[in-house]
Design a protein around this ligand. Structure first.
Ligand code: MLT
Length: 264
């Protein structure tokens, strides 16, 4: 894949830009990077221009140790789109990428053709979750990414992914270990500060696809149902046999839903 870097919103953002056609911008989860979208890029690039970027603090993008808010990341995405002369696009994100997608929709509604929210939620963190983020951010700074990656994996993946597709678990583990602890810490503190988008959902008028892994333990089906109820006319698909990282765990089913939505 052809990775490039562009300065946007004060940071260098690395991205892949594949294919031609209507633009689809894909935003990864925490603490991953743009390579999580490999199978979706392959599936879509024949008909779409697919941009998969590393959100600040992740992958090959710049790391800024101050809290990376979802609004800041959304502004980075807008800056990258400006630099690539993309006025509007399909914006899709998984988990933290979904938080950024919702922030993008609130900040730049005219730039959203349609949106994809995978394994994510509209709500903010509880006080307990915020406290957990602060503790995790201190842990990664002190002990590195391998202090959290092994404990995270069973929460991220469906049992059948762990037993039947160890290569997927290995890929996800490798992505986590590649993340700069300062970037992970900044994202954790940014997620802890994120605003509740529940009351914003009815203002979304773009077509929306909501996806959730059947066994997602981090953002379970009820969260996806709340998104569906909040966004008028949105469509919900449950990805059988997947956990939280549904696009990597069950790429064929994920891509089928994605293509049906985009082509429809
Ligand atoms: C993610 O996959 O991006 C994270 O699980 C999101 C979160 O921790 O809320």
């Amino acid at each position: 894949m052809t990775a490039s870097t562009i300065r946007a919103n004060g940071v260098n953002i690395a991205f892949d830009d594949e294919g031609a056609g209507p633009a689809v911008v894909l935003l990864h989860g925490y603490p991953f990077n743009r390579t999580m979208w490999r199978e979706q890029i392959e599936a879509l690039k024949g008909s779409y221009r697919v941009i998969a970027l590393d959100l600040r603090g992740h992958g090959d993008s710049d790391v800024d140790p101050s809290p990376a808010t979802m609004d800041q990341m959304a502004q980075d995405v807008a800056g990258l789109m400006d630099a690539l002369s993309i006025s509007s696009a399909v914006i899709g994100g998984l988990s933290m990428g979904g938080y950024v997608t919702l922030a993008f929709c609130r900040l730049f509604p005219a730039r959203v053709r349609s949106l994809i929210l995978a394994d994510t939620r509209a709500g903010a963190d509880t006080a307990e979750a915020r406290e957990g983020r602060v503790q995790q951010s201190e842990k990664v700074l002190e002990q590195g990414m391998d202090s959290i990656s092994d404990a995270l994996l069973p929460k991220l993946l469906a049992p059948e992914t762990i037993s039947d597709r160890p290569e997927v678990a290995q890929r996800i583990r490798a992505m986590m270990l590649r993340t700069n602890p300062k970037g992970a810490s900044a994202a954790l503190l940014g997620m802890a500060q994120r605003q509740d988008h529940t009351s914003f959902l009815p203002e979304i008028s773009s077509p929306a696809l909501i996806l959730v892994g059947q066994h997602d333990a981090i953002t379970p089906l009820e969260e996806a149902q709340k998104l569906q109820q909040g966004i008028a006319g949105s469509h919900l698909e449950v990805i059988e046999g997947a956990g939280h990282v549904s696009n990597m765990e069950q790429p064929l089913a994920f891509n089928r839903a994605l293509e049906a939505f985009l082509n429809g």
